[in-house]
Design a binder for this molecule. Structure first.
Ligand code: FEO
Length: 172
């Protein structure tokens, strides 16, 4: 049986992961509207990944005999100045999520919930990748500036990203 405080905090994180997905879906929509289908694809995959992050927690609460509580998902931004602004927000958001995962880990250590410590290690690793990906694309966009040909090439490159559910047991 999962500890009640741990359960409450993981439920809050489920909401945060769903919100992240919602944010990236909105960003994907912006890229579609602004004729950058490769970036739109990249953000759409990002949206799909965030929902799997939430679902991994959802399954974990059930595995531990707990109760999943789904709260309303807050509204997200719908418009940005440009792609750089989108990736600045993405990087800042992922840094914030890393802080949230670290706080969950602090709780797990405090209450000596070893199963949850083990479970959260996956997210600790994932956040390293999430921040690195956002940072890389932000730097690329900053370098590209107003070079339309370079932007076109990067957009083409990002159109090849394919969604894989890395949270499923077979993929772990
Ligand atoms: Fe669920 Fe983008 O981390």
């Amino acid at each position: 049986m999962i500890n009640e405080r741990m359960q409450k905090e993981i439920n809050e994180q489920i909401n945060a992961e769903l919100w992240s997905g919602y944010l990236y879906l909105s960003m994907s929509s912006w890229f579609t509207q602004n004729n950058l289908p490769g970036f739109a694809n990249w953000m759409y995959v990002q949206y799909q990944e965030e929902f799997t992050h939430a679902m991994k927690m959802y399954r974990y609460i059930h595995e531990r005999g707990g109760v999943v509580t789904l709260k309303p998902i807050a509204a997200v931004d719908t418009d940005w100045k440009n792609g750089v602004a989108i990736f600045e927000q993405t990087l800042n958001h992922e840094r914030k999520v890393t802080g949230l995962i670290n706080a969950l880990m602090d709780t797990a250590h405090e209450i000596r919930d070893y199963a949850t410590i083990n479970f959260l290690n996956w997210y600790i690793d994932e956040q390293v990748e999430e921040e690195a990906n956002a940072e890389e694309l932000l730097h690329k966009l900053q370098m590209i500036g107003n070079d339309q040909a370079a932007l076109y090439n990067l957009d083409n490159e990002l159109s090849t990203r394919v969604f894989v559910d890395a949270t499923l047991p077979a993929a772990e």
